[in-house]
Design a protein around this ligand. Structure first.
Ligand code: IPE
Ligand code: IPE
Ligand code: MG
Length: 233
């Protein structure tokens, strides 16, 4: 399937949405949707890296607004993230550097420890990067950048300065954002990085977003005419 795709993104972002509705449609609890969503996450990450050789994948897994959900659901999600970022990560995703995007100070201890440990152990991996957004907010990322720029006494701030203080420092530009479930909004995802990204909003719920859906998304990307303000036929 891949040989037909020539122009692939270097950096793809996924706003994973629809786990709850996927479960509801099946008469299952929301937790079952999140569990199924986790399986999809592994599949899609592997496809992006190892089938399509896309070097950077960004995942929006939990927003700063998601703390407003029932405690039981939040706890379940945190336990899934803890398992996800455990040492198994290194076996499941060889050559991948785990880069957590988000305020870790609010993570439960178990998650904070596993995320930190795996981030350190995978630090030297340079072939692929997984930016995992947990307790992430694009606005907070910019506030954090501004505060750190001030702390470091930087002067004559330009675009590059800002980029150097984002979680995505040094990475290829975000080319393509996919949000599943039919919602057509960013919900605070990578507000700086999204500047010239192509957007795609399939109606599929995240747990049902599989190899074929990813292929269709990438095919869609291939057909986009990216002009960047210039004139291109
Ligand atoms: C995405 O699915 C997972 C998270 C945002 C944590 P949702 O849980 O938002 O699913 P819906 O939107 O309620 O269907
Ligand atoms: C956006 O999904 C956040 C993540 C995917 C982590 P939500 O389901 O929380 O977003 P809204 O509330 O529909 O905007
Ligand atoms: Mg949702």
């Amino acid at each position: 399937m891949t040989n037909k795709l020539e122009r692939l993104p270097k950096h793809i972002g996924f706003i994973i949405d629809g786990n709850g509705r996927w479960a509801k449609e099946r008469g299952l609890p929301r937790s079952a949707g999140h569990k199924a969503g986790c399986k999809t996450l592994s599949l899609i990450i592997k496809e992006c890296f190892y089938t399509y050789n896309i070097p950077v994948v960004s995942i929006y897994a939990f927003s700063t607004e998601n703390w407003n959900r029932p405690q039981k659901e939040v706890d379940y999600l945190m336990s899934l993230f803890k398992d996800y970022t455990s040492k198994d990560f290194l076996n499941e995703f060889p050559e991948v550097k785990l880069n957590i995007m988000g305020d870790e100070s609010k993570f439960p201890d178990g998650l904070a420890n596993s995320a930190r440990e795996t981030a350190v152990l995978s630090e030297k991996n340079s072939k692929y990067i997984l930016n995992l957004g947990i307790n992430y907010s694009g606005q907070d990322e910019l506030v954090r950048a501004v505060n750190n720029i001030i702390r470091d006494g930087k002067k004559d701030i330009d675009r590059q300065t800002i980029e150097d203080y984002l979680y995505t420092k040094g990475q290829p530009k975000l080319d393509f954002v996919v949000r599943t479930s039919g919602e057509q909004r960013l919900s605070n995802f990578m507000l700086w990085q999204v500047a010239y990204a192509e957007m795609y909003f399939p109606t599929t719920y995240w747990p049902s977003f599989k190899k074929k859906e990813l292929y269709n998304a990438l095919k869609e990307f291939q057909g986009r005419n990216r002009r960047f303000g210039a004139i291109k036929e």
